[in-house]
Design a protein around this ligand. Structure first.
Ligand SMILES: *Cc1c(COP(=O)(O)O)cnc(C)c1O
Length: 255
């Protein structure tokens, strides 16, 4: 696919997502500016990701540190990189300077390691605590009931600044069934807020993906992380250009 037809396709995908975002905000009685779209670029090549800033998309999410390094090296410096996946501790030093917000602070061990690395580097690290609100055993994150007892430890952090909470709902055919998960995250945030202030200000709720972001916005999401709706069917990292006859579903219905 040529550069210009890719740009056209991305523009259409963005417009479609924007429309869904706008409608969800309207239903929730919230301004569109209260929700940040984080475009999750994990499934696309550097070449395609490079088009996003040109289209006005500056918040980009990656779930693997190495892929974030690769893309950060190739994209403009004003991109805000969101790390949304599990962060192995041996990748911290190199990733820290690149990350605008870490959505996936999923253990006390990681928080301690981030605190130490940030101290060595003389910087602060904004994070969201990842909460496994859907309680799926395979998922990373704190169980909701684990977080309140951690408040005293969280209030000892100096370099790590907690900006809010993040969760991933279980996949549901009917996204309405994710509402309970999102509501639980918001209620947990509301319960923690006063106890972590003024050191940490829990303004952000990162929740909602392609399948369920409208419901998440209705429940108070301030950041939605969207991959498939924007990039389904486009060439993956390390792959050649997209073939228009490709078999993945995302390209269908957009021509
Ligand atoms: C991949 C991913 C997303 C994007 O999911 P889509 O369903 O493709 O929109 C969001 N959040 C996390 C943590 C992810 O790993």
């Amino acid at each position: 696919m040529s550069h210009s037809s890719l740009a056209t396709l991305l523009r259409q995908r963005l417009a479609a997502v924007e429309e869904r975002l706008g409608r969800a905000c309207q239903r929730a009685g919230r301004p569109r500016s209260s929700v940040t779209l984080v475009a999750v670029t994990k499934s696309i090549s550097v070449e395609i990701a490079r088009l996003l800033p040109e289209l006005g998309v500056r918040d980009l999410g990656e779930n693997r540190p190495q892929e974030l390094w690769r893309k950060a090296a190739a994209l403009p410096r004003d991109v805000r990189w969101h790390l949304i996946g599990h962060w192995q501790r041996n990748k911290i030093e190199r990733t820290l300077p690149l990350v605008y917000l870490c959505h996936s602070a999923d253990s006390i061990r990681l928080l301690d390691a981030l605190e130490q690395a940030a101290d060595r580097q003389g910087r602060t690290v904004p994070v969201l605590l990842e909460v496994n609100a859907s309680r799926e055993p395979a998922k990373h994150g704190f169980a909701p009931e684990e977080v309140p007892p951690l408040v005293p430890r969280l209030n000892e952090l100096r370099r790590v600044v907690i900006r809010g909470l993040m969760t991933m709902a279980a996949y549901e055919e009917d996204p309405e069934r994710c509402r309970r998960t999102f509501r639980e995250l918001r209620e947990l945030r509301d319960a923690l807020r006063a106890r972590l202030a003024p050191l940490h200000r829990l303004d952000e709720l990162s929740m909602g993906m392609t399948n369920d972001f409208e419901v998440a916005i209705e429940e108070g999401a301030t950041m939605v992380r969207i991959g498939t709706a924007l990039f389904g069917g486009l060439p993956a990292p390390g792959e050649g250009p997209a073939s228009p006859g490709g078999s993945q579903d995302g390209l269908a219905g957009l021509a």
